[in-house]
Design a binder for this molecule. Structure first.
Ligand code: NAD
Ligand code: DGY
Length: 363
């Protein structure tokens, strides 16, 4: 027999039924829904009410049968959503871009530093009472200044991460993306000129013709593409083999972008090669051997986990469904969602980001 589900109900007499499959941070999103005649049911199970986080035909057709018209993913990435199935069932699919760009980039930068400077290894050593005094060879890592940072997927997060590493550590940039990152290129050019004018070594940028060029040249490589069939196992044994032996590889995009079994083998064979991982191929699990690797820093998918961002994600997720209920149009620019996030202001009459952005009338 199915386990009873524990549910918290807000505004029980509300006209529109909104179900949140997990409890989300903050209260503004609750207020926005209940103030707009929604009955909100929040599943308060510690983990989840669904056996899968993937949304396809089964869940979308069930949602449609229940009279549902909108599904909102509390994430920018929606590789867990079969958008075709949503379209077939006339369901609008929302996501939460923009509000997590800087927070996610900051975590990628943290992983870069932790891996390059061996912070976790050194912390464990210290706590184990092994420190006996300063030694010239103790936890020697990599200097970032003047080295090359490689970014694969220079979209919102990849570009923000690149800027942090360039401004913070005066790294040179090489990037690979299907599209030109014009704003990023302009920024690096201007920053390089500024440094030069101040008698410092200017930073440079290069758009690589192939991903392999990035992997060969960069000292630090951070992965920020979407996950789709073009990026599945983008980092594979052949590509690991062309990277520098002491490179730092960071992944805060999606686990399957890296062939994790191959990565474990590479880490074993190359102790100076280091990784910082926020995401894993079979979350919540790690591939065998990864947890034993001292040259890996691993954290549990927390890249967007800052208070402001998580509350903002909840707000955008709620406003996507509310916008659909109200028949609002889709906001024109999913890269600029700030107007929805002002705590005390009334949000614009729009759905912040709908990925199958059909006009409301068609959905
Ligand atoms: N770890 C986390 O908690 C976390 C948080 C936020 C986002 N993410 C992941 O980060 C991804 C990127 O988010 P974003 O807001 O920067 O999205 P975005 O759409 O702004 O950027 C993605 C970039 O990837 C590029 N791209 C697509 N296919 C590519 C390919 N084959 N090779 C190279 N580049 C390719 C796109 O052109 C785009 O510039 C999300 O889709 C999500 O999966 C993870
Ligand atoms: O895609 C996303 O937004 C993350 O994985 C959750 O922050």
């Amino acid at each position: 027999m199915a386990k009873p589900i524990s549910i918290e109900v807000w505004n029980p007499s509300g006209k529109y039924r909104v179900v949140s499959t997990k409890s989300m941070p903050g209260t503004r999103w609750i207020r926005l829904l209940t103030d707009n005649d929604c009955r909100l049911e929040i599943c308060t199970e510690a983990k989840t009410i669904l056996s899968v986080d993937d949304w396809g035909e089964v869940l979308f057709s069930a949602l449609k049968r229940a009279g549902g018209t909108a599904f909102s993913n509390m994430a920018v990435g929606y590789n867990n959503v079969d958008v075709e199935a949503a379209n077939r069932n006339g369901i609008a699919v929302g996501n939460t871009p923009g509000v997590l760009t800087e927070t996610t980039a900051e975590l990628a930068a943290s992983l870069t530093l932790a891996a390059a400077r061996r912070i976790v290894e050194a912390d464990q050593f210290m706590r184990a009472g092994l420190y006996e005094g300063w030694l010239p060879h103790l936890f020697v890592g990599n200097l970032l200044k003047g080295q090359t940072v490689g970014v694969i997927g220079a979209g919102r997060i990849g570009s923000a991460y690149a800027r942090m590493m360039i401004e913070g550590f005066k790294m040179n940039l090489i990037y690979y993306d299907l599209y030109q990152a014009t704003r990023l290129e302009k920024f690096v050019t201007a920053y390089g000129q500024f440094l030069k004018a101040n008698g410092e070594q200017p930073v440079t940028w290069k758009r690589a013709a192939t991903m392999e060029d990035v992997l060969r040249e960069a000292d630090v490589i951070s992965l920020h593409p979407v996950l789709d069939k073009t990026t599945y196992h983008l980092i594979n044994p052949e590509r690991l083999a062309i990277m520098k032996k002491d490179a730092v590889l960071v992944n805060a995009s999606r686990g399957p972008v890296i062939d994790e079994v191959a990565l474990v083998e590479h880490l074993k064979a190359n102790p100076m090669f280091r990784v910082g991982l926020d995401v894993f191929e079979d979350e919540p699990y790690m591939k065998p051997g990864l947890a034993d690797m001292k040259n890996a820093v691993v954290v549990p998918h927390i890249a967007s986990a800052s208070k402001w961002t998580r509350e903002g994600m909840a707000t955008l997720a709620a406003l996507n469904v509310l916008g659909k209920i109200k028949g609002y149009p889709v906001w024109g620019n999913p890269n600029q969602v700030e107007p929805f996030l002002k705590e005390s202001a009334t949000p614009p009459p729009a759905c912040p980001s709908i990925v199958n952005g059909m006009p409301s009338s068609k959905l």
